[in-house]
Design a protein around this ligand. Structure first.
Ligand code: XMP
Length: 514
């Protein structure tokens, strides 16, 4: 493993991903972790990330010198670089040599471990106030910029390397190459971490964990739960039962995709609960978004627990495990636990016996989203499942502004299917994060179709681009695609006589309308 020490900037996750792109397994650890604990993980190399502080600021995170003396190769980036410099006796000062953004880097030592084979002039991404003016003893300066004399250094003998800039961002055009030089040349690591290894390792780990007991997994139709289930299925076969609650708020073809494609690809035992009537009854007369969400959440838990109870009562070994599609970013953000959490099922609502506790099986805890997709591919899941865009748990229920009824759902399903079809046909699926299609059920406008007046509902298209759904911008889709979607929806979907485009970023608008 390569450890990425997180100094509190948003860059650590990006670095960890870049290391994995170099086919080397990486994990993030907080900078507050004692050095002895880091070393106990037997890292092949350690990367120090950037951070928001000045190394001289009060309370700025520091590192014990022993980290640099353990014989483990270390690569410091930005703050990590300055920390390495000051800890080992170099000089960093606030001499006004600030650089932010794209900066030309001059490589001053050809053939250095990090810069071998890269141009002597290369654009890099800088973001620093303080600057290093003298490298520590035993280090060679390998690059500079117009304002910073020491922009990179290395001590090849001790396997210590550093750069002032951010090699992990794309604006540093040779950053990936430099990172790979550190990993392969500096640290001597073989690039052999692949999703095939992940699948094999996880299968072994799941078998070990579950033994001959049984496990259940809730499928939502989303990528994460599908891949987690497929992985567990591959490991323990019929000891796993998947539960899929069809709440009637799914998009066109979605339930069939789970019922047919998922089962065909995995051979998993699937229990589909048709709960459409139950959900629609519970939603009758409700227009308030928060109330809708609460009702859908509550009904979902009830139905899911009922299904669990039925599985528990089937003959067979103890049902001791619950499979979840937790991803690495969730793990890091919640403080990076080690996966021993036990959750108690919501026995208060659904009537499970009080003493039922499930242990979690979370085979995707080490992975980023794009890696989960690769694992899904590796496991033979169909493209439509693996490349699926995010879809909210409450489904189309929160994409109808107004009361949710079966007729309205059917109408929205048609409009949504057309939009998805045309976006796919135009090859735009990878350009957008997702495109909610919203029915303004409580709004009517006048139109003319054929020779007659119509008084129908508008459909809203909400295509957005985003990296993490926390912020988003509206996607600038080609007019031809928008025109085609609009024409088809108004022609093919009864009661819709207008299609409008949402051109609001997030913030201020959320991605979903409710
Ligand atoms: P908002 O509307 O908050 O959405 O900008 C951010 C992202 O989250 C999705 N979303 C949900 N996902 N359960 C989910 O699993 C929900 O209740 C839910 N609400 C919103 C939304 O589609 C977008 O990707």
């Amino acid at each position: 493993v390569v450890l990425v020490v997180d100094f509190g900037a948003q860059y650590a996750q990006l670095i960890a991903r870049r290391v994995r792109e170099a086919r080397v397994y990486s994990e993030i650890v907080p900078s507050t972790m004692p050095v002895a604990e880091m070393l106990a993980k037997n890292p092949r190399a350690i990367i120090l990330s950037g951070g928001p502080s000045s190394v001289y600021a009060e309370g700025a995170p520091s590192l014990d010198r022993s980290l640099f003396e353990a014989g483990v190769p270390v690569f410091g980036m930005c703050y990590g670089f300055q920390l390495m410099a000051t800890t080992l006796g170099g000089t960093v000062d606030d001499n006004g040599a600030r650089e932010y953004g794209r900066t030309p880097l001059h490589v001053t030592k050809a053939g250095s471990t990090l810069f071998e084979g890269t141009p002597t002039e290369q654009p890099v991404w800088m973001s620093h106030g303080d600057a290093c003016s003298a490298a520590p003893e035993g280090f060679t300066v390998t690059a500079s910029t117009d304002v910073v004399p020491v922009a990179a250094f290395e001590n090849d003998e001790k396997k210590l390397y550093g750069v002032q800039y951010h090699p992990e961002v794309l604006h540093s055009t040779h950053g990936q190459q430099v990172l790979e030089h550190f990993l392969y040349r500096g640290a001597g690591i073989e690039p052999n971490w692949t999703t095939t290894n992940v699948v094999e390792e996880q299968i072994a780990a799941i078998r070990e964990q579950v033994g001959d007991k049984r496990a259940i997994c809730g499928l939502s139709g989303g990528v994460d739960s599908a891949v987690a289930a497929a992985l567990v299925q591959k490991a323990i076969g019929s000891q796993l039962t998947c539960v899929y609650v069809d709440h009637g708020l799914m998009r066109k073809g979605e339930t069939e995709q789970v019922e047919k494609d998922f089962v065909a690809a995995t051979g998993a035992k699937l229990k589909v609960v048709d709960a459409e009537k139950r959900f629609l009854d519970a939603l009758a007369g409700v227009s308030d978004p928060e109330q809708k969400r609460k009702i859908i959440g509550r009904e979902f838990i009830r139905v899911f627990e009922q299904a669990q109870l039925e599985i528990l009562q089937e003959d067979g070994p103890e049902v001791a495990f619950l499979v979840q599609g937790t991803l690495y970013p969730d793990v890091v953000e919640s403080g990076g636990g080690t996966g021993t959490a036990n959750i108690k099922s919501h026995h208060n609502v659904g009537g499970l016996p009080d003493d039922i506790e499930f242990q979690l099986v979370e085979p995707l805890r080490q992975l980023f989203k794009d890696e989960v997709r690769m694992v899904g591919q590796e496991l033979g899941l169909p493209e439509e499942i693996v490349q699926r865009q995010p879809f909210p748990g409450p489904g189309l229920g929160i994409r109808i502004v107004g009361e949710v009824t079966k007729d309205r759902l059917d109408l929205l399903r048609e409009a949504d299917a057309i939009a998805r079809e045309e976006l796919t046909a135009a090859g735009l699926d990878r350009d957008i994060w997702q495109c909610p299609v919203v029915l303004l059920a409580d709004v009517r406008s006048v139109g003319v179709q054929g020779d007659g007046r119509t008084y129908g509902h508008p459909i809203v298209l909400r295509p957005v681009s985003s990296e993490d759904a926390m912020t988003a911008d509206w996607s600038r889709l080609p007019y031809e695609t928008l025109a085609k979607i609009s024409t088809r929806i108004t022609n093919e979907v009864a009661d819709v006589n207008r299609v409008v485009l949402d051109v609001t970023s997030k913030p201020p608008g959320t991605i979903e309308w409710e």
